[in-house]
Write a protein that binds this ligand. Structure first.
Ligand code: FES
Length: 105
């Protein structure tokens, strides 16, 4: 797998996210609230009604909450705990020792 740096841990407050455009593709990058060295890359659009997830926030159940209608998505699986059929699409992610958040292709 090839890895490309799209942002840095220091760009994101723990438990929050930022919007990143990569090759014209809108993405939301989340920094874990508990394990501050962990990050997740998702599509930017919420699978419910397309809101940008970058304005959301992680909760204490290890879910990320959409800012528009407050649907929750598990950070490890992208699945909505209230409906397993609804998935927020994720992308391969790793964080380097230097704090680079990288997207795998
Ligand atoms: S657009 Fe995200 S919960 Fe409705």
């Amino acid at each position: 797998m090839n890895w490309v740096t799209i942002c840095y841990l220091n760009d994101i407050q723990p438990g929050f996210a930022i919007h990143v455009e990569h090759n014209g593709r809108p993405l939301t990058v989340v920094r874990d609230r508990v394990d501050e060295g962990k990050a997740y890359i998702y599509n930017d659009a919420c699978p419910h009604a397309g809101a940008s997830m970058a304005g959301g926030e992680a909760n204490s159940d290890h879910c990320f909450v959409c800012p528009l209608h407050k649907w929750e998505f598990d950070l490890d699986t992208g699945r909505c705990p209230d409906n397993d059929d609804i998935v927020w699409p994720s992308h391969p992610t790793r964080v380097t020792e230097a704090g680079e958040i990288q997207l795998g292709k």
